[in-house]
Design a protein around this ligand. Structure first.
Ligand code: ATP
Ligand code: MG
Length: 437
């Protein structure tokens, strides 16, 4: 019988492993997001990775690319339709409504950190499972809240050591003024329909705002002179946007008015923004697609809470892509210091020595002395070799004899000098030696 070839197992397309050597970046980002988030008054929230498919249809929006093409949806054995979350905001708002948080003091400020899933064409900076952190401010309509989110986003990036970042900003208006803009856009595009890519011909029918988001070469000339949302804002939206820009000026946050910034989600009202890295020639671009790279984006979404069944509650938020941030950290050549290496190595010999040294390990840990070991290795020579490689200052050796004598050998790794000390004095002695330079 011919032997069947076993296919090598691989991570699903568009997914990847975060290997130990990369964890320093993740640790650092988690730490900065938590510390700064909490300094700005945001509290962590974790929502399920799976939600009712309907949440995203109603929240993210039926006509968005995400809902139309990018969701991982499945039927459960019980017959429900669930979806792996493609973004965080709808889940947070669902949790806000479901847990009766309407009764708490507003605005409520939350942050999250976790995986998102979108069925995309994988390429650099674009995965099918990717990670975002995001911030949401629920229950406040003041422009200052939009600005606080931008300020926090930039602060996080700055604390991660990133330079050359800018803010792209626009206002999409509200249900009062957006219809007029949409009409103008449709009128403009309709008369130029034959100059558009097939996708835009579709967008013209189902989601005209997305026409401004088209990256096809063919559509660029049309896009360049398309009507601008800012020209159609009602006085309330106009004043809101003016105030946002004044705050940004005051904070000396550099921004670009970007009339083509429409964002991929349906729920935005008024302010929308993205944060882009710059190269020397302008916005940094994806090597393959030549699209500007966005590290993250967000905006105001005053109607989402109501749309998902809550009381009308204004809100704003943003989400950032962690893989793209890490890639920029690496590109900008920034070093993240790794954790300090252990200064002590525990060497054991024989079963008794092994047993005693496990106990000693715990004691040293309690005394906050960081110890390395290779407890499964049988020979002293191979253990000392590892100790050398790690570059510890001292090794503690517990052999058969020491185990019986209740003693430990302290070996100075540089000089090779060894000294036997009583077991109950070893922590104190080690601390003394470690405190000397
Ligand atoms: P893009 O235009 O690049 O597709 P988007 O508008 O779909 O981005 P958002 O939904 O605003 O992205 O998500 C916020 C951030 O999350 C993005 O700016 C990006 O950094 C990151 N992100 C989005 N999709 C992916 C993905 N498939 N892989 C990695 N990161 C992603
Ligand atoms: Mg996208």
């Amino acid at each position: 019988m011919p032997r069947k070839k076993i296919k090598n197992l691989q991570a699903p397309r568009g997914t990847y492993d975060i290997l130990p050597e990369n964890q320093i970046y993740w640790d650092k980002i988690r730490r900065v997001v938590k510390e700064l988030g909490e300094d700005y008054g945001f509290l962590r929230i974790d929502t399920p990775i799976i939600e009712d498919t309907d949440l995203f249809i109603r929240g993210t929006g039926q006509t968005t690319d995400i809902v139309q093409k990018q969701m991982y949806s499945f039927k459960t054995l019980g017959g429900d339709s669930l979806t792996l979350r493609p973004e965080g905001t709808p889940g947070v708002i669902r949790a806000y409504i479901e847990n009766g948080m309407i009764n708490l003091l507003h605005p409520l400020k939350f942050y999250y950190f976790g995986p998102m899933f979108r069925y995309e064409h994988p390429q650099a900076g674009r995965y099918r499972q990717f990670y975002q952190f995001g911030f949401e401010t629920i229950g406040g309509q003041e422009p200052v809240l939009d600005v606080q989110l931008i300020q926090l986003f930039l602060h996080i990036l700055r604390d991660l050591g990133l330079k050359k970042i800018n803010v792209q900003i626009n206002s999409l208006g509200c249900p009062e003024c957006r219809p007029a803009f949409r009409r103008a856009l449709v009128d403009y595009y309709r008369s130029r329909k034959n100059k558009l890519c097939p996708n835009c011909q579709k967008r013209l029918k189902i989601n005209p705002l997305r026409l401004l988001d088209c990256k096809e070469e063919k559509c660029q000339p049309v896009k360049a002179s398309a009507p601008m949302s800012l020209d159609y804002l009602c006085s309330q939206c106009h004043n809101h946007f003016k105030s946002v820009l004044e705050f940004l000026d005051e904070l000396e946050i550099p921004y670009f008015l970007n009339h083509q910034l429409v964002r991929g989600l349906d729920y935005y009202t008024k302010t929308v923004f993205e944060v882009w890295p710059e190269s020397n020639q302008g916005p940094a671009e994806n090597q393959d697609t030549k699209e500007p790279i966005s590290l993250g984006g967000g905006g105001r979404y005053d109607n989402l809470v109501k749309r998902l069944g809550g009381k009308p509650t204004p809100a704003a938020g943003f989400a950032a892509g962690i893989e793209r941030i890490i890639s920029l950290i690496k590109q900008q050549g920034m070093k993240i210091p790794s954790k300090s290496n252990p200064k002590v190595f525990l060497v054991q010999l024989g079963e008794l020595g092994q047993r005693k040294s496990m106990k000693l390990f715990e004691e040293l840990h309690k005394a906050e002395i960081k110890v390395a070991e290779s407890i499964s290795k049988p020979s002293i020579k191979s253990q000392l070799k590892i100790a050398d490689k790690i570059g510890v200052r001292f090794s503690l050796i517990v052999g058969q004899q020491e185990a019986l004598d209740r003693s430990v050998i302290i070996r100075d790794m540089q000089s090779g000098v060894q000294e036997t000390v009583p077991r109950d004095k070893v922590v104190k002695e080690l601390k003394k030696r470690l405190s000397k330079k």
